[in-house]
Design a binder for this molecule. Structure first.
Ligand SMILES: Cc1cc2nc3c(=O)[nH]c(=O)nc-3n(C[C@H](O)[C@H](O)[C@H](O)COP(=O)(O)O)c2cc1C
Length: 197
């Protein structure tokens, strides 16, 4: 399997003073170094993503789903993606509401696409958040990547915008290898036959 896949790295936190963009920038650097992706970072803070949803789910309303004008670019980027990395912190043992809202406003944008995780937080490094995301994404027919990067206590384990652990790029490469494989496999599969979702 070969070819360049379009990767969208989603910054999941939108809080003032957040650390998410630092992690996303490092992840984007690692993805670029991998060489198998066209990499774009999508920051949820830049889009209009209300918590109040329309009456129907995008699952049933399909292409006619009424999204805010300020979400159009986000939706187009998710539509065009072959693969995702969710960069997420841990808020009260889960992931931020901003990320859940972005997920819930969409449906086909996730279907039969792979999602990898880069998480960070306190002692657990965001692992609780990722467990919840896996559960949610399986409902949306996305495929989650087995290897993931979790950065516990990032406030003491990151320095100058990168993890102090010299092995981190090695782990990142393993994760991106798996993500690239799934991205190419599922892109081909989506092109060959409609997903029976
Ligand atoms: C509302 C809230 C709840 C949090 N809960 C947890 C938690 O359950 N586990 C954890 O490891 N860190 C927790 N933290 C600490 C965050 O991991 C840390 O603040 C991190 O910087 C948040 O990501 P952000 O800076 O991108 O928003 C919490 C932070 C906030 C704001």
């Amino acid at each position: 399997m070969s070819g360049t896949s379009r990767l969208v790295i989603v910054v999941g936190s939108v809080r003032e003073g957040r650390f998410g963009p630092v992690v996303a920038a490092w992840a984007a650097e690692q993805a670029a170094a991998h060489g198998g992706f066209d990499v774009a970072v999508v920051d949820l803070a830049e889009f209009e993503i209300p918590l109040s949803l329309p009456a129907e789910s995008p699952k049933y309303a399909g292409a006619s789903y009424p999204r805010p004008a300020g979400m159009a670019t986000l939706t187009a980027r998710l539509d065009a993606a072959d693969a995702f990395v969710f960069v997420t912190p841990e808020y009260n043992h889960s992931y931020p509401a901003s990320l859940k809202a972005a997920i819930d406003w969409h449906f086909t944008q996730w279907t039969a696409k792979p999602v990898a995780f880069v998480s960070y937080g306190g002692a657990s490094g965001g692992r609780h958040a990722v467990l919840h995301l896996e559960n949610v994404l399986s409902e949306l027919h996305a495929v989650t990547i087995r290897d993931r990067l979790a950065f516990p206590n990032y406030f003491v384990t990151w320095d100058a915008g990168r993890p102090a652990d010299p092995e981190a790029p090695v782990y990142a490469k393993a994760m991106f290898n798996q993500l690239a494989w799934w991205a190419a496999a599922l892109r081909k599969a989506r092109a060959e036959a409609p997903y029976p979702g």
